[in-house]
Design a binder for this molecule. Structure first.
Ligand code: AMP
Ligand code: ZN
Length: 112
């Protein structure tokens, strides 16, 4: 399948790995928007949140637990943001589900 994140998960494209287990792979975003910008992706190809089914509810919960652990490891005590961009209007550019973990600086609300 011609999917950038599937290729990263399989090691067919380079990435800076942050964490891996049997269900998820986490790596540094190539274009970081903050001192910490990690992407947590399921190893299984899921297009995005719109395509999620009840069967994958635990997997998405696990993605958040992994995000929390990475935030703890990086000592993001001041706070951080976890984001799913869903669809083109929200800025989704890679169509393999990914959770952004962004932190290490103050952030504005609402997002642009
Ligand atoms: P989104 O806009 O929510 O779809 O986010 C896609 C993210 O993937 C962006 O922040 C990109 O910088 C990042 N990205 C795209 N290609 C790569 C890559 N090969 N390695 C790491 N991050 C990537
Ligand atoms: Zn994929």
């Amino acid at each position: 399948m011609d999917c950038v994140f599937c290729k990263i998960v399989k090691g067919q494209l380079p990435s800076k790995k942050v964490f891996e287990d049997e269900r998820v792979y986490a790596f540094e975003d190539i274009n970081p928007v903050a001192p910490t910008h990690v992407l947590i992706v399921p190893k299984k190809h899921i297009v995005g949140l719109q395509e999620l089914t009840e069967e994958d509810a635990c997997l998405v919960g696990h993605m958040f637990v992994v995000a929390k652990r990475i935030a703890q490891e990086r000592n993001l005590k001041g706070g951080y943001r976890t984001v799913f961009n869903v669809g083109e209007d929200a800025g989704q550019s890679v169509f393999h589900l990914h959770l952004h973990l962004i932190g290490g600086r103050k952030m504005a609300w609402p997002p642009g």
